[in-house]
Design a binder for this molecule. Structure first.
Ligand code: ATP
Ligand code: MG
Length: 159
């Protein structure tokens, strides 16, 4: 099974079209030209993307912006980033954000729903597929989560 990266990212945005519309959040997708179709474990990677986009929506105020980008930082590596201009994460919390059940400031997260598992699951999946994931954030400015995968794919992972 081969996956077209642009179509995959468009489909993520489609799955969230209701929430995006409801909150007036705009999403743009930017994929580097000439990307080959990739061989990936599509269900698992969709799970990662859904986690990241749902966070971007949850922690971004009305009329916010989300950008999903895909590029090749190396010839054998695909990099996908989900960036928002939402509330951001305080520096003191950054080192723990991928831990299970860790949520910034219970008060702000409580009424958002969720368990604090999304990022830890995303990291688990990405690592199992030979990639890496990291997060950059500026409190009050926004957050960018980036992950990598082998390019153009991992034969075994796609089975
Ligand atoms: P779940 O994903 O299980 O529904 P969750 O979204 O709270 O719950 P994670 O996705 O693991 O859990 O995120 C952990 C915490 O990191 C969140 O509670 C939130 O405080 C912070 N966080 C994650 N993504 C963002 C983001 N894009 N902007 C601001 N804060 C974020
Ligand atoms: Mg989450």
């Amino acid at each position: 099974e081969y996956t077209n990266v642009f179509e995959m990212l468009e489909e993520v945005a489609d799955r969230f079209s209701f929430q995006l519309e409801q909150r007036g959040i705009k999403i743009v997708i930017e994929v580097a030209p000439f990307l080959e179709e990739i061989k990936i474990d599509r269900d698992r990677i969709d799970q990662v993307l859904d986690n990241l986009v749902s966070n971007a929506i949850k922690y971004t105020s009305e009329q916010g912006h989300i950008r999903i980008g895909a590029r090749l930082p190396d010839p054998d590596m695909l990099e996908i980033a989900v960036q928002d201009n939402g509330i951001g994460i305080p520096k003191k919390d950054l080192s723990r954000i991928f831990e299970r059940f860790y949520r910034v400031d219970k008060a702000r997260s409580r009424n958002m729903g969720g368990t604090g598992l999304g990022l830890s699951i995303a990291r688990e999946i990405v690592r199992l597929h030979g990639g890496n994931v990291w997060l950059d954030s500026e409190f009050g400015q926004g957050t960018k989560v980036t992950f990598t995968l082998p390019y153009p794919g991992d034969e075994e992972a796609a089975l």
